[in-house]
Design a protein around this ligand. Structure first.
Ligand code: SF4
Ligand code: SF4
Length: 279
């Protein structure tokens, strides 16, 4: 028996929404009983591509995070409030039974990821099914994965040792979206955006020149990470652990050393940091 899962590589997602459009094309106006009935023409995002903007101008980063139903192994939606209307197939796909879920409007509150949508016309809750109807016909992947032009969505069978996904799944590179939910999702991520610290070093006596190749170090306890400013005098530490205090040290021969206390409670653009010449 297959056990389906998806990996989403956020660094490859360009926000083109092809996955969302393919999902709508597949499900709007089409019933696939017993797994799903037609999605409405608008309002539902069974795969929701969320734009995340971080930082402060001019150091701004944009990421796109596609979010389908996570097909959680500890699914909040399979609880008493579902009244038996939500179940997990043997292949891991979590299904809201269209026949049993009529009128269960509060079911969407049980999903910590906000993956369940209410269909007003049909009076039932709905969500992504991993295109269960197509997999049952022998398809290897859902429509969203097939439509993705960048390879950001990777789908496969964890029970198949030859599949790309079963080789990636145990690796330490994968992360859960909101691990604090404890949901053990069958959709996991690579490249989720992390906190960054950025700034620009300027030399006090050569303000008109770009301060290239200057050593900048972040220190936390016994951990140190050093980089050099680029040819604009800019530096950037990406992927730092969030909600932590760091010491930032800037050193250049002939200039007074600078030390700053910084925190990764949020993305940080320190702006221009001038170094005073010695003597
Ligand atoms: S993401 Fe939400 S709807 Fe999907 S399985 Fe998990 S709890 Fe249920
Ligand atoms: S189709 Fe692929 S690249 Fe486009 S938004 Fe969806 S996941 Fe991102």
């Amino acid at each position: 028996m297959a056990r389906y899962a998806m990996v989403i590589d956020v660094s490859r997602c360009n926000g083109c929404y092809n996955c969302f459009l393919a999902c709508r094309d597949e499900f709007a106006g089409n019933d696939y009983l017993p797994w799903s009935v037609a999605q409405p023409e608008s309002g539902h995002r069974w795969i929701d591509v969320r734009e995340v903007e971080r930082g402060i101008y001019p150091k701004v980063k944009v990421s796109y995070i596609p979010r389908p139903c996570m097909h959680c192994e500890e699914a909040g939606c399979i609880g008493p409030e579902a009244q038996g209307a939500v179940f997990r197939r043997p292949d891991g796909i979590v299904i809201i039974d269209p026949a049993k879920s009529k009128g269960l409007k509060t079911l969407s509150d049980s999903c910590p990821y906000g993956a369940i949508y209410w269909n007003e016309e049909k009076n039932l809750p709905q969500k992504c099914t991993f295109c269960a109807h197509l997999l049952d016909l022998g398809w290897k992947e859902p429509r969203c994965v097939e439509a993705c032009p960048t390879g950001a969505l990777i789908f496969g069978d964890l029970e198949d040792p030859e599949s790309g996904i079963s080789q990636r799944w145990p690796s330490g590179e994968l992360e859960d979206l909101h691990p604090e939910f404890g949901a053990r999702p069958l959709v996991r991520y690579v490249g989720l955006p992390k906190t960054f610290i950025a700034g620009e070093v300027v030399l006090g006596d050569r303000m008109e020149e770009c301060a290239q190749g200057i050593k900048v170090t972040v220190i936390s306890g016994s951990q140190e990470l050093s980089i050099e400013t680029d040819n604009f005098g800019d530096f950037e530490f990406e992927g730092l652990e969030g909600d932590k205090e760091y010491r930032l040290v800037i050193e250049q021969e002939g200039y007074a050393r600078r030390e700053l206390q910084v925190s990764t409670r949020a993305d940080l653009n320190l702006g221009e940091i001038p170094l005073k010449p010695l003597g």
